[in-house]
Design a protein around this ligand. Structure first.
Ligand SMILES: Nc1ncnc2c1ncn2[C@@H]1O[C@H](COP(=O)(O)OP(=O)(O)OP(=O)(O)O)[C@@H](O)[C@H]1O
Length: 246
């Protein structure tokens, strides 16, 4: 039996904004090395859940444990330290347009520079992360010179630069054409294999979910409505689940 503690534990979390009860006694856990997809309609609370996990939003009740730490017990320094172990891939990519690819990748390093990295300099880490996403040749280019798919890869490289234990992906394939979306999904799998990182992926791209997920949680009406593999959910006859597949 696997007795290792999950990397993320969300236990009976409630979160409301005024009358809008977004998360209702919501619980989930994500094991080490797992790729978990959170699927839900627009406005169902997927981003709120992710923001609770990184403590950008505080739940009204319940408990969240990330990489073994109860986040409600942490002070700002401890939160910053925890966040340095988490890679984020935003829907917008959040690259700085006025910086080269190299400078964009150096940015998180400079904030969380370890002594070893300071001695080695940023170059090896930047090159390794770019090689991981197949874009070593773009190191001195500007984001505007790259295609949408390449920018997404650069954003992924930046989220890998601190060798995260956990990667959070917010709709990683939205806005990409199907072939590029597939490439990004396959890249997410290869990154997971290399870094052994745990991933939480918000997505409604069924192809991306099929390629990347080990397990899918469906967030409906603030609750975990279904929790199963993509293949099993695909066979479900439940109308609420079928809506996502048909
Ligand atoms: N800071 C906030 N203040 C008030 N309401 C909020 C806030 N953040 C989110 N909400 C509300 O919480 C609900 C869930 O929002 P959330 O952004 O998590 O949805 P989502 O599932 O990520 O949707 P999408 O797929 O469109 O990104 C929405 O009704 C939204 O209006």
């Amino acid at each position: 039996m696997d007795t290792e503690r999950p990397d993320i534990e969300v236990i009976n979390v409630n979160k409301s904004f005024g009358e809008n009860h977004v998360l209702k006694d919501f619980s989930m856990s994500v094991s080490k090395g797992e790729n978990l997809v959170i699927l839900g309609k627009s406005g169902s609370g997927k981003s709120v859940l992710i923001k609770c996990i990184i403590n950008l939003i505080q739940p009204d009740s319940g408990k969240i444990v990330v990489l073994g730490q109860d986040i409600s017990d942490l002070d700002q320094d401890e939160i910053d330290k925890l966040r340095s172990r988490i890679g984020f891939l935003f829907q917008s990519n959040a690259l700085y347009d006025s910086m080269t690819v190299r400078e964009n990748l150096e940015f998180p390093l400079r904030r969380h520079w370890t002594r070893e990295q300071r001695q080695k300099g940023a170059e090896p880490a930047v090159k390794e992360a770019l090689e991981d996403v197949g874009l070593a040749h773009t190191i001195d280019m500007m984001p505007a010179e790259l295609s949408g798919g390449m920018r997404k890869r650069i954003a992924l490289a930046r989220s890998l630069i601190l060798k995260p234990d956990l990667i959070l992906y917010d709709e990683p394939t939205t806005g990409l054409d199907p072939a590029t979306a597939r490439e990004i999904s396959e890249l997410m799998v290869s990154v997971q294999e290399k870094y052994k990182a745990t991933s939480v992926i918000i997505s409604h791209d069924m192809n991306c979910i099929r390629i990347t997920s080990n397990r899918v949680i469906m967030l409906i009406d603030g609750r975990c409505y279904a929790n199963d593999t993509f293949e099993n959910l695909k066979l479900s006859k439940d109308p609420k689940i079928r809506e996502f597949f048909d």
